[in-house]
Design a protein around this ligand. Structure first.
Ligand code: URP
Ligand code: ZN
Ligand code: ZN
Length: 478
């Protein structure tokens, strides 16, 4: 028998279901054995009893995505994937975004060109559908789903991206027929526009008013509407970046009715509040402008509860990287633009896993198995990458994280590898960080980034695992 390429000794292996001690034998990039006392590998790594989890799947990241204005995303497929790997993520799923008037295929082609030979870890694409013409819905989208682009995002806000309810219904019904997974950005566009106009007229343009322009009811209403539209069409949906109680209540209500409504949340809703956008009119708060905005400590607790009680399927970063200094990021529209002109989004692809392990697992709020489900396994199932990705099992890709725990780590931007000049979590004291990340058996982080550009491969996605998307009988003529 051929020797193992690598053996990881004395691992405390965590999957979404179990924790057990064993060695991990890796051959040709895949897990070939899980057992004690494996024969020597060509390379030996001693995990010394530390936790070993599946590499993270960050299923909500924006890399080198055209913005439609003067702002430019700071991370491309190289810096973004290096940063991901250093934080324990081994697969990213960014978005190929259709511009209005553009064909979906052109958006996908452009995005493959942007990825080029840059990625250091594996990647798949979601689509963003903004212009659901008959050709897009009836020819392009089904063909792309067949080709491995099995999930797409619909926006209910942002003028350049949003769809009206009728368009959403038409698009959801294609997802139902083709078995795709639909992600919804749920905020009420007209309410935001109405409030923004009034806030600006009153001279309230500082970053902190971003939160005032998007109160929770705006997310609650759109979440409810998204659920109703999906119920009408009889199709599963995933509500992304859920920020607090009122949206969670809608989701729990839908789930209690047996509707296939899934939900994702992100670190910003656990660790930031509206106060992170500033308590005065300084521009610094622009660093934390994202949508929906972070809320307050009571809403943070609701999100923690949702992670514990199964309301959420996914914990993703929504990494949307814009630099604070310079003229192509948060200040692309002037030195201190009003909140509505500040690029939306915050960085987080490198910090997501450690934040949740440190503040979720090590504090006892969630189990190590839930951590694995939320950061890896569920995304693999939801987006058709399972069982190749998302678990530690024979035959799965050897995408693994060995954790360092117990030592205090002060989180600073200096230690990160993204191309953004700040982290919203500067100064946080953590008690965990990945000691080593392996992608298909290659070490891509061991205290230094080791991934080589172009080693990451594109992953066509299967349709979601069937149990996730089982449909009710619907008598409507859909
Ligand atoms: O503010 C955010 N979330 N920016 C990224 C784009 C999106 O809506 O996910
Ligand atoms: Zn969004
Ligand atoms: Zn996003």
């Amino acid at each position: 028998m051929q020797p193992f390429d690598t053996v990881i000794r004395n691992a405390c292996v965590v999957t979404a279901a179990d924790i057990f001690n064993c060695d991990i034998g890796i051959r040709s990039g895949r897990i070939a054995a899980l057992a004690t006392d494996l024969p020597a590998g060509l390379t030996e790594i001693d995990a010394a009893g530390r936790h070993v989890t599946p590499g993270g799947i960050d299923s909500h990241v924006h890399l080198d995505q055209p913005t439609g204005d003067a702002s430019v995303m700071a991370d491309d497929f190289y810096s973004g994937t290096v940063s991901a790997a250093c934080g324990g993520t081994t697969t990213v799923i960014p978005f190929a975004c259709q511009q209005k008037g553009q064909s979906l295929q052109a958006a996908v082609d452009d995005y493959h060109r942007r990825a080029g030979s840059k990625p250091v870890i594996d990647y798949a694409f979601h689509l963003i559908v903004t212009d659901p013409t008959p050709d897009v819905l009836h020819r392009e989208l089904p063909a792309l789903i067949e080709d491995g682009y099995t999930s797409f995002k619909i926006y209910m806000t942002y003028d350049a991206l949003k769809m009206g309810d009728r368009e959403i219904l038409e698009t959801l019904s294609v997802a139902r027929r083709e078995g795709a997974m639909v992600m919804l950005h749920a905020e009420n566009s007209d309410c935001i526009a109405w409030l923004t106009e009034r806030l600006l007229a009153a001279g309230h343009g500082a970053p902190r008013y971003h939160a005032s322009s998007r109160p929770m009811l705006i997310e609650r209403e759109a979440t409810h509407r998204a659920i109703a539209l999906a119920e009408l069409v009889d199709v599963p949906i995933l509500i992304v970046h859920v920020s607090g109680r009122e949206a969670v209540e809608q989701i729990r209500w839908a789930q209690s009715k047996g509707l296939k409504v899934f939900a994702e949340t992100c670190p910003q809703y656990l660790f930031l509040t509206a106060d992170s956008l500033g308590c005065d009119d300084s521009f610094e708060g622009a660093k934390c402008i994202c949508s929906p905005p972070p809320r307050d400590p009571a809403n943070q607790q609701v999100i923690w509860d949702g992670l514990e009680n199964g309301s959420f399927e996914l914990f993703s970063s929504d990494h949307a990287p814009f630099r604070y200094e310079g003229r192509d990021g948060k200040k692309a529209n002037g030195d201190s633009p009003t909140f509505d002109e500040v690029a939306n989004g915050i960085p987080g692809v490198e910090t997501r896993m450690a934040l949740l392990w440190s503040e979720g697992v090590r504090t006892g709020r969630i189990t190590p198995q839930s951590f694995v489900a939320l950061t890896s396994t569920n995304a693999a199932k939801m987006y058709g990458l399972y069982p190749r990705k998302g678990s530690i099992a024979i035959g799965a890709d050897a995408d693994l994280v060995i954790w360092n725990e117990g030592q205090r780590v002060e989180l600073t931007n200096q230690m990160l590898h993204h191309n953004v000049d700040y982290t919203p979590y500067e100064g946080m004291q953590l008690t965990a960080w990945p000691a080593m990340t392996l992608s298909r058996g290659d070490v891509v982080w061991d205290g230094e980034p080791r991934g080589v550009a172009g080693r990451g491969t594109f992953l066509p996605c299967a349709r979601p695992v069937p149990a996730q998307t089982r449909r009710r009988q619907n008598e409507l003529p859909l």
